[in-house]
Design a protein around this ligand. Structure first.
Ligand code: MD3
Ligand code: FE
Length: 206
């Protein structure tokens, strides 16, 4: 089922459901090569979500700021390659939402446990806001908070469940968003956790 949340924002309910186990299997070697870690915000606070990346570019934050890098600062190695299954899922999702030819070169992997949350933010480090972002939710459900173009706009809660895919482009690309703290639970495939994958196209001039 396809739901338009606002111009540019499409929820593809259950789009990744039949591939969920294969996706999680493809993530295992990635998480081995680039372990999940809780990074520091530029303000020096530890993020509550554990993150890592695969693809040409990975997103990091530390006391110097937010940015995309070609190497993982914890291993000094290039980020692990994006598994083709993930690339294809992201590209097919974008096309299903009207964004043909999406070729993500970064996949951010977020792992949530009970109490993990993400405060309202914009995703604007990619250098090309004409490209959409595709998000895939796996495991425990969470309340996603979808705001407006200003931080103060009241956010709408949307329940994101296992297998749901969201595509954000066009006018929705710079909307503020976050998630409520994850509730405790146990999922047959992910145990006490929720994984969120976000696929991006990073355009770097340097
Ligand atoms: C709306 N992740 O990784 S996914 C993030 O559930 C992030 O882990 C959340 O926000 C999560 O940056 C939300 C849905 C999402 C992702 C990117 C967006 C919504 C978006 C970019 C622009 C607008
Ligand atoms: Fe985000």
């Amino acid at each position: 089922k396809r739901v338009t949340l606002s111009p540019g924002a499409t929820l593809l309910r259950g789009f990744a459901l039949d591939q969920a186990e294969d996706i999680l299997r493809a993530l295992t070697p990635v998480l081995h090569a680039a372990p999940l870690r809780r990074m520091l915000t530029p303000g020096g606070r530890q993020m509550s979500v554990a993150m890592t990346s695969c693809g040409t570019w990975g997103w990091i934050t530390d006391q110097a700021g937010y940015r995309y890098t070609r190497t993982d600062p914890t291993t000094q190695a290039p980020w692990p390659a994006m598994p083709p299954l993930l690339f294809q899922l992201a590209s097919r999702s974008a096309a299903a939402a009207g964004f043909e030819g999406f070729q993500p070169n970064a996949c951010l992997i977020n792992r949530y446990e009970a109490g993990t949350r993400m405060t309202a933010h914009q995703d604007k480090d990619e250098g090309d806001i004409t490209q959409p972002i595709v998000s895939v939710s796996l495991g425990l459900p969470i309340l996603f908070l979808w705001g407006g173009l200003q931080r103060t706009t009241r956010a709408h809660p949307i329940l994101l469940e296992h297998g749901d895919v969201l595509v954000w482009g066009g006018r929705a690309r710079l909307h503020y968003h976050g998630v409520k703290p994850l509730e405790q639970g146990l999922h047959p495939l992910t145990g006490p956790a929720r994984f969120n994958l976000t696929f991006r196209y990073v355009k770097q001039v340097a």
